[in-house]
Design a protein around this ligand. Structure first.
Ligand SMILES: [Zn+2]
Ligand SMILES: [Zn+2]
Length: 753
């Protein structure tokens, strides 16, 4: 009996074909398996009984990172198709067939080095001992190096490297675990590392032409073990190392070396934000942090995100690394270079290497130039050595580390990137839609066949480099997945870059466009992710979003009727505040505005209070705002905790951190946060809608979220938050797509003029 299986799902780049071949061999099934533009086709000949268990096993125990969404079976006579297998004996893996295109193209996210590869890496007897690019069918870079589907050697940047005979033998070997491992390489044929140490005094090495060439110590490219030991030596001697990783550069140093950490802060211009730390394994994390099983699973998951875990009170950790944070952003090594470095050096600070731009750096020359410029600036202490460990495999798209935490048994993204993008999120959305997202903490999504492909974190679109990144990612995703959206949706904000991109796309392709209010999109994103049916009471609390009345919204309560209508039923009292960038960052100015609105000017200690009040009274550069974020800012200034947001959300974060100190200020801060939770409970009791959605960046506040969940659940409400996307603006693209889908159903779309 011959049957054809057409398998859809995430089945490329995870070793699915070798997996199928192994099952076939076990069951004595003859035939072949082939990749076809994102789906896998299997022709199988065997007894009815064996074909049945074959079918069952095809979707069971799928290799790491993959999943099967659908298997279609066709009965086949002894046709020409089947005879393909006669070329070989038994069961064969055929080359990819590029001509046939089918739906549901999927490509896995980058996958952390698997345990087997890790033990080979550290085994002196293995031929890939200390090989920095070891990988196999179930691990290694994927999305960051793919040009287009199908996922194959030719379509990834490993195409730059010709396989040696040994690797080719494994690649084609019948039972080899690297059979058809597209990233296969070894020290004879793969990419290589290069360590360069930067020198401080630029006068040391002036060339005849007058050009300054002050980079020294360029070693033999193939001397791999040596590159790692030189790098380790630099770190151990208190240096800072820029490392080209899977998705771009990291900057690393020893967290226990105070001088190195201080120098890293100067180098990065990062004074106020905690650094993430890479530990060798979960046990090492537990030496400093309390890690529950859920958190341990996240740390060890193939995506290897940074996970915020609570510091132990009985063990100290260098203050300059965590600053006021009660947590450590902990992560485990996710690639061979990191495994080797942490193995040699112990724990390492790992922070994004953004160079001078707002986007993670992937280019060796730009990174070198920026580092050299920083070294030349004279700001760094000269006894802190600086080096670069780069490699010659091209990265096609920057991929920042994902950052997560666990709150009341739910996972929460702070940033969604490496290891999770481009894994799609199943949603009840019909049609093919492009949703442009927002401009802050930006990300967009394409929806196709009920799957939402959300882009990675793209940064704030005020920065030109982030705008370019946004455009590149759009082009890249369309090229890889072949998206052809039938409708476009974006934010209401007339000044948003993302809205311009959406309008451009709609105009170029004559597509209908719709506009969705920012906070409605927040709530809708959670509804879509959890497939909620019926009425929902939705809270969207954040710093800023363009309201339907043109004012700034940010403390919105909505009722969703389950049929496409979302009604704004409550919000904080609108307050007139100073507008613009400064108005959102300067907490003292915000506090003055709040006090002035409450006719409490006599309690204001801000020396500029009179000036600010006059500006507000005369409507000079003012906005009317219901922003919840501004209340947290004002409270932070009022308690003399943080007066200026040097990074987004700093004042609310510091306000949260002080609660853990149990000081007098901490008690007041906690009561303030609890009062926000009480407001939510009051609203929930008023409307008596069982399903409650909490959305918006304000819910990154752990104390607020835990308190709100606790008191709502105690009253019998079901609480939903974003678990697959960040609660902040990184999720609004999904909400836009969901609401646009209802607009399409109700024909509310506008065709661009
Ligand atoms: Zn592996
Ligand atoms: Zn090789």
């Amino acid at each position: 009996m011959v049957k054809k299986f057409i398998i859809k799902g995430l089945v490329q780049g995870i070793g699915y074909r070798p997996f199928v071949a192994k099952i076939a061999d076990e069951l004595n099934i003859a035939g072949w398996v082939r990749n076809t533009g994102g789906i896998v086709t299997v022709m199988a000949c065997g007894s009815e009984e064996d074909l049945k268990s074959f079918h069952r096993k095809l979707s069971f125990d799928v290799p790491t990172g993959g999943f099967v969404t659908d298997i279609r079976i066709e009965n086949v006579d002894n046709s020409d198709e089947f005879r393909l297998s006669e070329k070989g004996t038994g069961f064969v893996i055929l080359e990819s067939d590029e001509d046939v295109q089918e739906n549901l193209p999927l490509i896995p996210a980058d996958i952390a080095t698997c345990d087997t590869c890790k033990s080979e890496l550290l085994d002196p007897a293995n031929r890939r001992y200390m090989h920095p690019f070891i990988s196999c069918t179930i691990c290694g870079p994927r999305y960051s190096i793919i040009e287009k589907l199908p996922y194959d050697r030719d379509t990834i940047t490993m195409a730059d490297f010709e396989m040696c005979d040994d690797c080719r033998a494994e690649y084609t070997g019948k039972k080899d675990r690297r059979r058809h491992a597209q990233t296969i390489a070894c020290k004879d044929c793969g990419p290589s590392l290069k360590f360069v140490r930067l020198k401080y005094k630029i006068t040391d090495n002036v060339t005849e032409c007058g050009n300054v060439d002050n980079i020294v110590d360029i070693y033999n490219e193939n001397d791999i073990v040596s590159e790692i030991s030189r790098s380790s030596q630099l770190i151990k001697s208190g240096g800072i190392l820029a490392i080209k990783d899977i998705g771009g550069y990291h900057l690393a140093c020893d967290p226990f070396n105070e001088k190195a950490v201080a120098a890293l802060r100067i180098l990065k211009h990062r004074e106020a934000k905690a650094f993430a730390v890479m530990f060798e394994d979960v046990d090492k994390v537990r030496e400093f942090c309390n890690v529950d099983n859920f958190e341990a699973d996240l740390l060890e998951s193939p995506a290897r995100p940074i996970v915020l875990v609570r510091r132990r009170e009985d063990v100290s950790f260098p203050q300059n690394v965590c600053l006021t944070s009660p947590d450590i952003g902990a992560m485990l090594p996710c690639n061979p270079v990191q495994i080797m470095l942490v193995h040699e050096c112990g724990s390492l600070i790992m922070t994004s290497g953004n160079a001078s731009r707002d986007v993670l750096e992937i280019d060796n020359d730009r990174m070198t130039a920026w580092l050299q410029e920083r070294v030349n600036s004279g700001e760094l202490p000269e006894d802190v050595p600086v080096g670069i460990l780069s490699h010659n495999r091209r990265i096609l798209r920057p991929m920042d580390d994902s950052v997560m935490k666990v709150v009341r048994g739910r996972k929460q993204f702070i940033r969604r990137g490496r290891g999770h993008v481009p894994n799609p999120i199943p949603v009840d959305i019909s049609g093919e839609i492009f949703a442009a997202g927002g401009d802050l903490k930006s990300s967009f999504c394409y929806v196709k066949d009920g799957l939402a492909y959300v882009s990675q974190y793209l940064g704030d679109l005020e920065a030109v480099s982030c705008q370019q990144f946004y455009k590149n990612e759009m082009t890249g995703m369309e090229q890889i997945f072949g998206f052809k959206p039938e409708a476009v949706v974006c934010d209401l904000h007339p000044g948003y870059f993302s809205r311009k991109m959406a309008a451009q796309l709609a105009e170029d392709r004559a597509l209908p466009i719709s506009y969705v209010q920012h906070h409605k999109a927040h709530v809708a994103a959670v509804i879509a992710e959890h497939h909620l049916q019926g009425q929902v009471l939705g809270f969207a609390f954040d710093g800023t979003g363009y309201g339907e009345d043109g004012t700034v919204w940010g403390s919105e309560v909505f009722i969703w009727d389950g049929k496409g209508n979302m009604e704004r039923v409550a919000h904080m009292k609108p307050v007139k505040l100073i507008g613009g960038n400064e108005g959102a960052k300067n907490c003292d100015t915000i506090l003055t505005g709040m006090l002035h609105a409450a006719v409490q000017d006599d309690k204001d200690t801000n020396p500029n209070a009179k000036l600010i009040a006059a500006a507000i009274d005369n409507n000079i550069n003012t906005v009317v705002s219901t922003s919840m974020g501004r209340w947290f800012d004002a409270m932070s200034a009022h308690l003399d905790i943080c007066h200026y947001n040097s990074y987004e959300g700093q004042a609310p974060i510091e306000l949260e951190n002080i609660v853990y100190t149990n000081s007098d200020k901490g008690i007041i801060a906690r009561e303030f946060i609890y009062s926000v939770a009480d407001f939510i409970l009051t609203q929930a009791k008023k409307y008596q809608i069982k399903q409650v959605v909490l959305s918006g960046g304000t819910f990154l506040n752990r104390i607020l979220l835990e308190r709100t969940i606790d008191i709502l659940e105690a009253e019998g409400f079901q609480v939903y938050i974003s678990e697959q996307l960040p609660p902040g603006d990184g999720s609004i693209c999904l909400g836009q797509a969901y609401l646009a889908h209802f607009n399409i159903l109700h024909h509310k779309l506008r065709t661009p003029s």
